[in-house]
Design a protein around this ligand. Structure first.
Ligand SMILES: Cc1cc2nc3c(=O)[nH]c(=O)nc-3n(C[C@H](O)[C@H](O)[C@H](O)COP(=O)(O)OP(=O)(O)OC[C@H]3O[C@@H](n4cnc5c(N)ncnc54)[C@H](O)[C@@H]3O)c2cc1C
Length: 627
């Protein structure tokens, strides 16, 4: 076995991940831990300042309810999420986040985030729930608060350590193992409670950008399904694993469209089909009652555009120039004011990209796009797993203690595994929490986990013989490389190992062709899913044969392994749910209609970590009384 040092870290609370939910958990948990003399340790695979989905920054905070100013209520937010997720949401969790999220946003402002204000000093809204920000340093600001909180409580932040597996003591999570992506160090974290906040997953499906553009995707490539893998491997019940997210974004550089649709009130059209939201409006009747709610669910908006592209009416375009001209038109009688407004709108259009997707600005520049003069192409991306955004996949967690929810078995946000909590993209069926809601959920879980430690937290019992086995398994790819790489003239062709890139292509090919990726027009069926699962068995056999040349490739190997679990949970859930509920995200071609009578329910799944057997379950939908 590779001769790596074993580093043992003892802590009370272990937070896995360093993104928005983990930073929220750290900030809150450290506050309570300090009072109780407990230690909080946060572990991130990257550098906290720029890790996770908000690494590049964002141009809007997507969840702000505005309760204090009477703008909306938490109940309004439940109605919004219920509609957008076609009736499938954990209303207890959505409510809990909605009632706490505003205070999180106020903290962001206090920590230095610039939120746009109008002349009356009110927040500038992009849409009903969204606030405009100067957000290029959004993550840095939120990370700084987490760092300060942990430092003040005497805790520890460990960066560039990739968490792989949970450590278990029966049905209790007692820590995690991982490895340094820089040094020859294998880490063993022993903890009384663990929070999984390692984001969602990208590159499970083949991306549109292949070849020279490979790696480019809407969802940042850093998150590989670690939260899902960790909770699945711990034996936790999972939910909504079929609910992937496919955003429609500016084509090829995946630039955001929110500001265009919401702030600039732009239209999207297909080249020869016109405004598909108007032309195809009647189609929405087929998806009643959700097809008729406002705003129209994101998947249905996608679907109407997809109907045009399927019929060869594309490309799809965002009518940027029309939108800018419409706004500036109110100044048409004053040439000086008109010119000034046009300049302002033009710079806002570019800043929107520069705040969060710089590559889109570069692509616009490279393609001579002037948004005030010419429309710009948009397209549906490949599928992603991001339960905090408009997808819903994640672990099935316990609801808030004070609500009459039936989904309650202990501490808020604890999974069905004792001592293991899940947040952000890691916790399921509570979509539309975005950056601010993920942070708020992290705070809720951080407090709850400390409460669990105070009331139930026994010293973790870790079987070090088991740890040695895990170390051998996790470092095996380095051994395979060392032993066999000199056997062939081309190191990429070898009968004893395959490289992580080669493995990734195989996984993506299976998902793309059988589970409804881009190539199959997001369509799948029972037979396709079953064939996909057959191929997945063979792929999993080869997973143990991945080789790694260095630390970086070792990380790639384990990212791939984690993606495979996310992929399998996804196919199994699509197969189990015998209907099409989210056209525009995926289409079960053999069950093309929504079937509320039989399938207005959650689809949950659970893998037995000992046997690898999966159990599929239906769970009833509970709606918040009076909402
Ligand atoms: C392209 C894009 C645009 C978005 N736009 C907006 C927007 O405009 N407004 C808004 O409010 N929200 C937006 N969101 C949503 C927001 O970014 C997410 O809701 C939020 O980041 C989720 O928080 P999280 O903690 O679950 O994951 P993340 O913030 O992604 O954090 C995941 C963390 O886990 C770490 N990690 C991953 N794997 C491991 C591992 N194996 N070991 C250790 N650490 C690991 C990562 O390094 C990272 O620190 C956007 C998301 C995307 C992808």
């Amino acid at each position: 076995m590779a001769n790596w040092e074993t580093v043992v870290v003892n802590t009370d609370l272990l937070i896995c991940g360093g993104g928005f939910s983990a930073c929220g958990a750290a900030t809150e948990a450290a506050y309570w831990a300090k009072k109780k003399g407990l230690k909080v340790t946060l572990v991130d695979k990257a550098a906290l300042d720029r890790s996770g989905a908000v690494a590049m920054g964002l141009s809007a905070i997507n969840q702000y309810v505005g309760i204090k100013d009477g703008e909306n209520t938490a109940e309004d937010y439940i109605r919004y999420v219920r509609g957008d997720l076609m009736g499938i949401s954990r209303e207890d969790l959505v409510y809990n986040i909605a009632r706490h999220v505003d205070s999180t946003v106020h903290l962001f402002e206090k920590w230095g985030l610039k939120i746009w204000k109008d002349e009356a000093g009110k927040y500038v809204h992009e849409g009903r729930w969204q606030l405009m920000i100067n957000g290029e340093s959004y993550k840095v600001i939120i990370a700084e608060a987490a760092k300060n909180a942990i430092a003040a409580a005497g805790g520890e932040i460990i960066e560039r350590v990739f968490i792989v597996d949970p450590l278990m003591d029966g049905n209790k999570c007692v820590g995690a193992v991982g490895f340094s992506t820089r040094e020859n160090k294998f880490y063993v974290f022993k903890a009384k409670a663990v929070i999984a906040g390692m984001g969602g997953a990208v590159h499970v499906f083949r991306p549109r950008s292949v070849g020279e553009g490979f790696g480019r995707s809407w969802y940042p490539p850093f998150n590989s399904g670690s939260s899902a893998y960790f909770t699945i491997k711990a034996g936790a019940e999972m939910t909504c694993q079929e609910v992937r997210f496919i955003p429609v974004r500016f084509k090829d550089a995946y630039g955001p469209v929110g500001a265009w649709f919401l702030l600039f009130k732009s239209r999207a059209v297909s080249a020869t089909g016109g405004d598909y939201m108007v032309v195809r409006k009647a189609e929405l009747e087929n998806w009643k009652p959700y097809g008729l709610v406002k705003p129209i669910p994101a998947n249905l908006r996608n679907y109407l555009g997809m109907l045009d592209t399927e019929q060869g009416l594309g490309p799809l375009y965002m009518e940027t120039s029309e939108a800018i001209q419409n706004i500036a038109a109110q100044y048409k009688d004053d040439p000086k004011a008109f010119k000034k407004k046009m300049k302002e709108l033009e710079s806002e259009a570019w800043e929107d990209f520069l705040d969060m997707t710089i590559s889109q600005a570069i692509l616009w520049a490279a393609q001579n796009v002037k948004p005030e003069e010419k429309h710009s192409e948009i397209a549906a991306c490949e599928p992603y797993f991001i339960g905090s955004h408009s997808g819903a996949s994640g672990a099935w967690v316990s609801g808030p203690e004070d609500l009459p929810t039936p989904y309650k078995w202990g501490y808020t946000n604890m999974t069905t595994v004792n001592g293991l909590f899940a947040v952000g993209d890691g916790s399921g069926a509570s979509s539309h929490k975005f950056s601010s809601g993920s942070h708020a959920e992290g705070r809720i879980a951080g407090k709850s986990a400390i409460k669990y430690i105070v009331e139930k937290g026994a010293e973790p019992k870790v079987d070090m013989a088991e740890v040695e086995k895990l170390k051998a398994k996790i470092l095996l790819p380095l051994d395979l490389w060392d032993k066999h790489s000199k056997e062939t003239t081309d190191v990429e062709v070898n009968t004893n190992y395959l490289l992580p890139r080669q493995f990734l292509h195989r996984l993506q090919k299976i998902m793309d062709e059988y589970a409804g990726g881009v190539i199959s027009g997001f369509k799948t069926s029972k037979s396709l899913c079953e064939r996909g699962l057959e191929l997945m068995v063979l792929l999993k056999e080869d997973a143990a044969k991945m080789g790694a040349r260095n630390h970086h490739e070792l990380m790639r190997v384990w990212e791939n392994n984690q993606r495979v679990y996310q992929a399998e949970a996804h196919i199994r859930s699509i197969l189990f749910r015998e209907e099409t509920r989210w056209p525009g995200y995926y289409f079960r071609a053999d069950k093309p209609k929504m079937d509320d009578a039989n399938w207005k329910c959650f689809v949950n799944c659970q893998m037995d970590p000992k046997t690898g057997e999966w159990k599929m379950m239906k769970k009833d939908i509970w709606t918040m009384p009076g909402v």
